[in-house]
Design a protein around this ligand. Structure first.
Ligand code: FAD
Length: 415
């Protein structure tokens, strides 16, 4: 008789787990608290879904700062190339963009979700929508089913917890997975937001609200250490509370030690020009505007919103004539432009984080199978586990790889 595998959560990892369990002969029941499956996947990549990263398993591990090595078996048994094959075979044309980021050619996350849904339906998996798991049924150190919030009991030979993390709770992933894991005796590593905007001190960011900077270099230092913990070129945005945008989200995942206020952030507004070249450029601009006020001389170099802030910080009087600016003042100005400081205060709340850092302790999960080391027949997949990666399609790949491995093994498991 075929085994029954109950999967809690029809998101990225749960859907992939369902496919693999069904392909290995299981009767699969997918429980999803929402009316529709994969609500979070629908909003990934700003609705375009960066579905994986077209690179090696080793690269994925290196882009996963928290417990990357734990993923070795999972990402080698279902690789980024396998994810691409999976979706292409399911009829979704894909394209690879900058940084090996893979998207559906249509730029529609819904194509990814539709492909997952078609696949699990074709596999014969039973999806129970608007069914929320409340607790696990455990007897003799083995899981044998799930109780739903409506009181129903769903029996199963194995249960896969694929409830996601705690970020963007409106999508359904509101931390239930941690509650279920705790019930089974698992420890949960502290939950923190990752890939999240930053609130900053002072009113500079609010003054610059709406300003988007492209091709700037953002560096983060811990307690004024010499070597930056993060330094990359890209795009960022000023908001009423602080800073956001791709560079800032990536930077936030490198700021896990201590407090956010232990870090300093500097933005090189002109990374293509070294300080001498920038100085020469300033000389040229000041020559051109020699009889004009300093306040009117930076329009060719900087976005207009930034100019009053730079002028204030430069300590050069806005009415000073360009031809009277000294070399010393110019050097200070160039240094300021190449190291514009913003002072981070705290992360935005977890609701606004792309990913949850922390989760089910990886030491308590068998990395070769995704099975709990504490309770037989209990598996974990996706963001509920204490792993989190940078942006670039890595987090969905982690969900697919751990889902595939848990799905396969939930059927093979003998008891
Ligand atoms: C705005 C945003 C953009 C993102 N963009 C990208 C991107 O482009 N590329 C990338 O790689 N990653 C991206 N991510 C991260 C990615 O979405 C997640 O890493 C991934 O969805 C995690 O998959 P999962 O299966 O673990 O959880 P989820 O996809 O969150 O699925 C969990 C499911 O479980 C259900 N559930 C929860 N509790 C219960 C319960 N008690 N009973 C029944 N069902 C339950 C939820 O409703 C949900 O459907 C993004 C995240 C956000 C928030």
């Amino acid at each position: 008789m075929s085994k029954t595998v109950v999967i809690i959560g029809a998101g990225a990892s749960g859907m992939m787990a369902a496919h693999f369990a069904a392909q290995n002969g299981a009767r699969v029941i997918l429980l999803e608290k929402n009316k529709k499956v994969c609500r979070k996947v629908m909003i990934t990549g700003k609705g375009r879904c960066n579905v994986t990263n077209n690179s090696s398993p080793d690269n994925l591990i290196s882009k996963t700062p928290t417990n990357g090595r734990f993923l070795y078996s999972a990402v080698n048994s279902f690789t980024p190339a396998d994810t691409m094959d999976f979706f292409e075979s399911a009829g979704v044309a894909l394209k690879t963009e900058r940084g090996n980021r893979v998207f559906p050619s249509s730029d529609k996350a819904s194509d990814i979700v539709d492909a997952l849904l078609r696949t699990v339906k074709r596999d014969g998996c039973k999806i129970l929508n608007e069914k929320q798991a409340k607790s696990l049924i455990i007897a003799d150190n083995r899981v044998c089913g799930v109780y739903l919030t409506d009181g129903t009991e769903i029996k199963g030979d194995s249960v896969i917890v694929a409830c996601g993390g705690a970020s963007y709770p409106k999508t359904g992933s509101n931390g239930d997975g941690y509650m279920l894991a705790k019930q089974a005796g698992h420890t949960i590593k502290e939950i923190k937001p990752s890939l999240v905007p930053l609130e900053c001190k002072g009113n500079t960011c609010a003054r610059l609200q709406g300003l988007s900077l492209k091709n700037v270099n953002l560096s983060v230092h811990f307690k004024n250490g010499k070597k930056p913990v993060f330094s990359e070129q890209g795009e960022m945005l000023f908001t009423h509370f602080g800073i956001s945008g791709p560079l800032v989200l990536s930077a936030s995942s490198h700021m896990k030690k201590g407090e956010v206020s232990d870090y300093t952030i500097t933005v090189d507004l002109k990374p293509a020009l070294d300080i001498d070249t920038l100085d020469k450029r300033l000389v040229r601009d000041f020559d051109e505007f020699c009889n004009k006020d300093f306040a009117n001389s930076l329009g060719k170099l900087l976005p207009s919103k930034l100019i009053p802030v730079i002028i204030e910080r430069s300590k050069i009087a806005p009415t000073e004539k360009c031809n009277s600016i000294t070399k010393q003042q110019r050097t200070a100005l160039a240094t300021l432009i190449k190291g514009f400081e913003v002072v981070p205060n705290r992360f935005r709340p977890i609701d606004e984080a792309i990913i949850t850092s922390g989760g089910v302790n990886t030491k308590e999960i068998n990395p070769k199978t995704m099975e709990s080391k504490l309770i037989g027949g209990l598996y974990f997949a996706g963001e509920v586990i204490d792993v989190d990666a940078y942006t670039g399609g890595y987090n969905l790949q982690i969900a697919f790889s751990t889902g595939a491995l848990a799905g396969q093994n939930s059927v093979l498991d003998d008891f």
